[in-house]
Design a protein around this ligand. Structure first.
Ligand SMILES: Cc1ncc(COP(=O)(O)O)c(C=O)c1O
Length: 384
């Protein structure tokens, strides 16, 4: 009998070992990981440099509070600013994606003195009070999660921005590519219109990059395809390759003051070491370029095979929508082909592999995909 508060439906699989894009369960069965534990595994499972850095840090000092000098925080902020193309933005460190969004919304409200927030249909921003209030899913919003101040506009609808964003709005929060919402990509036109409208009204533009950030799409942040610069970007997931760490990158126009934001665990020694190891590996191994290259390769391969209703995403953030419910398709990939994938909604298969995915691993997925299509009476257009 479980003593856990059961909020997750679980597969009867117990991974005990992982390396690169692979997992092994307690019976020694090998799985190819095309999901990265929900976009978290950015540089590959148990990368040797990552393991070495964390191990060394653990035996030196693992934690002290944010009341002393922790130069690792500065190192992380500088490396992140440089690699992401935002060297003049400041970093606030915390522990999860929801918490990053929570702090970004709070800072926007402090800065503008306003209360209203604009979000978009099908958005997901996390489960804490402020973050869930701007999430478009009534089933996870509790009565205590006050949301009178939140207004949802239709996603990717440029015209709706004109009347929907007024000078009463503190913040507009949007995912560059919606993850949970089904891998829906913000158009360039939409992001540019958002930037313009926020400038006109003084609203703060927050790009939730928790899932579409950290190099996954072939640029550090997916909004960089549109040439805009947000006022804040939130990040988590791939930032620590499994170690809980999150952050808000904050434009220099915001002024910090002591006590404005704070956290016990955010920016601790171990978390920063994980974050620095991830950035070093991404840079040294050219993983953003690899995500772009392998993303193109997978998109082309899936396009050739066909069998889907719609194919969306960028780089290694891929959504394949089918006419039929995708649950059995995903189960077939997992139990017969030993490949982990994810879903978004009932009809979309979601791929969020490590940015270090190899062509051989992509080919394994494409062959399995072709085989699954046969079972679901979706004839492949061409052989892979
Ligand atoms: C876009 C986005 N924002 C925020 C979150 C919440 O992150 P966390 O679960 O780390 O709180 C998620 C998690 O899936 C996400 O996809």
């Amino acid at each position: 009998m479980s003593h856990l508060f059961e909020v997750y439906p679980l597969y009867d699989i117990e991974p005990v070992k992982a390396h690169g894009s692979y997992l092994w369960d307690k019976n020694g069965v090998e799985y190819l990981d095309l999901y990265g534990g929900h976009a978290v595994i950015s540089v590959g499972h148990c990368h040797p440099d990552y393991v070495a850095r964390l191990t060394q840090q653990l035996s030196a000092i693992s934690f002290y509070s944010n009341s002393v000098q922790i130069p690792l925080q500065e190192e992380l902020a500088q490396k992140l600013g440089k690699l992401s193309g935002y060297p003049d933005y400041k970093l606030f460190l915390c522990n999860s994606g929801a918490e990053a969004n929570e702090n970004a919304l709070k800072l926007a409200s402090f800065h503008t003195g306003r209360t209203k927030v604009v979000s978009f249909t099908k958005s997901f921003h996390g489960r804490t009070a402020g973050a869930v209030a701007v999430t478009d899913n009534p089933s996870i919003v509790a009565p205590v999660n006050y949301k009178e101040h939140v207004h949802f506009l239709p996603f990717n609808d440029v015209e709706a921005l004109e009347t929907g964003i007024t000078d009463e709005v503190a913040a507009v929060i949007v995912e560059g590519i919606q993850g949970v919402g089904g891998i829906q990509v913000c158009t360039t036109e939409f992001l540019q219109a958002l930037r313009r409208r926020c400038d006109e009204t003084g609203a703060v533009l927050i790009l939730d990059s928790v899932q579409c950030g950290y190099g996954r799409t072939g640029k550090f942040f997916s909004h960089q395809f549109s040439g805009i610069a947000p006022d804040m970007m939130t990040m988590a997931k791939g930032m620590g390759n499994g170690f809980p760490i999150a952050g808000v990158l904050i434009s220099p126009k915001f002024k910090a003051s002591f006590g404005l934001l704070g956290t016990t665990f955010g920016g601790n020694h171990l978390a920063c070491s994980a974050g620095i190891a991830v950035l070093d590996i991404i840079k040294n191994e050219g993983l953003i370029e690899n995500a772009a290259k392998m993303g193109d390769y997978l998109f082309e391969g899936i396009r050739k095979l066909g069998g889907y209703k719609d194919l969306r995403g960028r780089g290694l953030m891929i959504g394949i929508e089918f006419e039929f419910p995708v649950k059995e398709f995903r189960n077939k990939l997992l139990f017969e082909h030993k490949i982990f994938t994810g879903v978004a909604g009932a009809h979309t298969l979601r791929l969020l592999p490590s940015l270090a995915l190899s062509q051989k691993e992509a080919d394994l997925f494409l062959a399995a995909y072709a085989d699954c299509l046969k079972a679901f009476h979706q004839p492949a257009l061409k052989e892979a």
